[in-house]
Each structure stands twice: as structure tokens, then as C-alpha cells.
Write a protein that binds this ligand. Structure first.
Ligand code: G3I
Length: 369
């Protein structure tokens, strides 16, 4: 359990002198991109939603619009309108776009998953999809989650239509196909539950449990997979750690720093790709302050690793979060409330960003200028 610092909301909100007043400005001063997963309809129909995205974030990620089921709902019939709208919003507002996700075991449309295909047929389908999408957005989407969640919870490879049809060679192949489709895009592997890679420095309850061993195994298995891909010359530029976390299942600051350092040692850039901190219902003021502390620790861990280039929040507000849709006992996972008011987590992140160089001027390359 994260030790709750004696921080009141007031101390979080205290602006302080020469402080940046937006997440984007404070993060950019430290060479960090801060992003948010967005929905095209909200961007076009909800002006407050669009304003917050524009003012507080430097990058956006299509939450669902660029997944296979959304882009290719019928055979040979692409539906680009949602992704086009998100890319147009980014262009108008000088935001970058991170693409999510070209290959995943979920959100595969029925016309694909319902039909058995040979390795050759499945490879042709997937290669054509990767080429079509990456070519269309070559000028607008500079980085992609090429492959999402290929490692199973207990290590080994996650069951998927692609693994069953093509075999394990689908993993290096999708990165090679992506590089062939776009010679400059940053190619990421994206994974969940890999923030705890060792027992060192653990403070949270999950370390002594079966769950803890599972988490370490999955992080280790992911590390070994990426090391092998890189050793075989597979084009891979970075890793996304999703970080869908809860107070009981949060890596300690020390563990997360160690894990980021371990993946960075492979020569990879790091993204915290889908950060949200779910709270048990009923949500109290105390839980919101604990959540603020956890968000702050994740930002501190990323800032401590020079190769951690971006942090993306998964959903703009509690009204636009996947969490309560899927988990009936969890809610309020993001940094803006359902009415789009800033939560303690927002102020805690801004404080961490604004105060980073006060505390780390001597030891952080982020404070050089
Ligand atoms: O678009 C359909 C709509 O036509 C239909 O009426 C409605 C009701 O059935 O469903 C809509 O599709 C939903 C889709 O989100 C778009 O809103 C799907 O049912 C729903 O399952 C889907 O959930 C998304 C989930 O991925 C799917 O696996 C969440 O919004 C999204 O936040 C979540 O994001 C994933 C990342 O991509 C990968 N990492 C984990 C993360 C959380 O699961």
C-alpha cells in the first residue's frame, strides 16, 4: 500500500511562483510528452472536452478508432472516418498522435475471427492491414503500438487468432511489415501488468502474494521476448507499459524505477501508455488523495528514467473511462472528474512536474537547459 503523504488538496493546488499552469507546458519543459486517449465523437461534439485536450496535452491516442474492428468492420471495407477526425483535430491543434493498435488478440472483427485461414492467408491479411493503415497516416501518426498484449499472464504467448493461424513468427513479422510500411515511424510493443520486475524495494501488499509472482513472471517474460526480437534484428523502437493500476496492485516507486531502467537497458524508449488508477467504490476524499499520490509516483518514476519519453492517460475524465464499464466495483480512475473538473491527481501531477528540477537539478538531464 502506497504510504499516503500528509498532503491536503490545498497543498496540491498551491500554484507557487513561476509555475507552469498546464500539464502540457510543465511536461514539455522536462522533455516529456503527456497524452490522453480520446474519442472522436467527444472531440467533435463536446467543446469543453476538446478544450481540455487542446490545452493540457501534447499528444492524443485513438482509444478505439484505430483498432482492427473499427477500421475494417467488413472485408475490404475500411472505415477511416473516426481516425481521420482524430488526426485532423491533432493537426489543427499541433498535437502528435500515437497509433493504437495494429495487432491485438481482441477487437478482431467477426469476418476475420470466424474463418480459419492458412498461415499464408492470415499473414497476407495482416500485412495488407498494417501497410494500408500506416501508409494512410504516414504523415500524421509518428508512433504506433504495432503489437499489443502478446504475452500471457503466466508468461508464454497470449492465445490469439494470429498466433493460432500464423504461429509465433507473427510477432517478429508484424514489426518487419510495419517497418516496410513506414521507414520512420517509432514502432512500439505495448503490454499490461509488467511494472513489477523484481522483489526489490517492494512496499505494497501484492508482493507477498501469488499475484506478485505472476506479475514478476510476466514482466520477465516480456523482457526476454523483446531481448530476443532485438537480438534477431527485428525493428522495434520502444515499449509501452500500460499501467492500469489500483492502490493494492501498484508497483512501488523503487520497483517501477527498476523496471523502467531494465527495459531501457535494451536500448528501447519507454512509454507509460495507458495510465489510470482505479479506486474501489465507494470513492472517498482519502482515496482520491491516495490516487493523487500514486499518479505522482508514476510520473516521478518516468521522469527518473531519461528514456521514458511519454505518459498517456487512458481516458480524459471519469465519465469517459473504460473502468466502470468493465468493473462494477471500480471507478474514478482518471485525473478529471465526470464534470471535467480537475481532481487531486491533476494537481499532484502538475506539482510533481513543476517541482522536479528543484529536487533533481543536479542529477537529471531533464533540467540541463
Ligand atoms: O462501437 C460499439 C458500439 O457500436 C456499440 O453500440 C457498443 C455497445 O455494444 O459497443 C461499442 O464498442 C465498444 C468499444 O469499446 C467502443 O466504445 C466495445 O463494446 C467495448 O468493449 C470497447 O471497450 C474498449 C476495450 O479496450 C475493448 O477491449 C475500451 O473502450 C477501451 O478503453 C479498452 O482499451 C484497452 C486498450 O485498447 C488495450 N489495453 C487495455 C485497455 C482497457 O481494456
Amino acid at each position: 500500500m502506497v504510504i499516503l503523504q500528509a498532503c491536503s488538496l490545498r497543498s496540491l493546488q498551491a500554484p507557487g511562483s513561476n509555475r507552469e499552469t498546464s500539464l502540457k507546458a510543465a511536461a514539455e519543459k522536462l522533455g516529456l510528452s503527456i497524452g490522453v486517449a480520446v474519442d472522436a465523437t467527444q472531440l467533435s461534439k463536446n467543446s469543453r472536452y476538446a478544450r481540455i485536450v487542446r490545452e493540457e496535452f501534447s499528444s492524443i491516442v485513438p482509444e478505439n478508432a484505430s483498432k482492427l474492428d473499427a477500421l475494417l468492420p467488413k472485408d475490404s471495407t475500411y472505415s477511416f472516418d473516426q481516425t481521420d477526425a482524430i488526426v485532423a483535430f491533432a493537426r489543427e491543434n499541433k498535437l502528435s498522435v500515437h497509433g493504437h493498435t495494429l495487432v491485438w488478440h481482441r477487437q478482431i472483427p467477426n469476418w476475420i475471427s470466424a474463418k480459419k485461414r492458412s498461415s499464408q492467408e492470415a499473414s497476407k491479411l495482416l500485412r495488407n492491414h498494417i501497410s494500408t493503415v500506416m501508409s494512410r497516416y504516414a504523415k500524421d501518426i509518428g508512433s504506433w503500438d504495432v503489437l499489443n498484449e502478446a504475452v500471457a499472464a503466466r508468461g508464454g504467448l497470449h492465445k490469439s487468432y494470429w498466433l493460432e493461424s500464423i504461429g509465433s513468427s507473427y510477432i517478429p513479422n508484424v514489426f518487419r511489415w510495419a517497418r516496410n510500411a513506414n521507414s520512420t515511424a517509432k514502432l512500439y510493443y505495448n503490454e499490461n501488468d509488467i511494472g513489477i520486475s523484481s522483489r526489490v524495494g517492494s512496499k505494497n501488499e501484492s508482493n507477498s502474494s501469488h499475484n506478485y509472482r505472476r506479475l514478476v513472471n510476466k514482466s520477465e517474460a516480456t523482457y526476454r521476448l523483446l531481448k530476443k526480437l532485438l537480438a534477431n534484428g527485428v525493428p522495434l523502437d520502444g515499449i509501452g507499459l500500460q499501467m492500469h493500476i489500483r492502490p493494492r496492485y501498484t508497483p512501488s516507486l523503487e520497483q517501477l524505477k527498476l523496471t523502467l531502467k531494465r527495459f531501457a537497458s535494451l536500448g528501447l524508449d519507454i512509454r507509460i501508455s495507458e495510465l489510470d488508477v482505479s479506486l474501489d467504490i465507494p470513492v472517498t476524499e482519502e482515496k482520491l488523495l491516495l490516487q493523487a499520490e500514486i499518479y505522482s509516483e508514476v510520473f516521478e518514476a518516468c521522469l527518473s528514467e531519461p528514456r521514458c519519453k511519454s505518459i498517456n492517460i487512458w481516458g480524459l475524465s471519469d465519465a469517459h473511462s473504460w473502468v466502470p464499464v468493465v468493473f462494477k466495483n471500480l471507478d474514478k480512475a482518471t485525473i478529471f472528474a465526470a464534470d471535467l473538473q480537475k481532481k487531486p491527481a491533476y494537481f499532484s501531477i502538475l506539482k510533481t512536474l513543476n517541482e522536479w528540477c528543484q529536487k533533481h537539478a543536479a542529477d537529471s538531464p531533464r533540467c540541463a537547459n
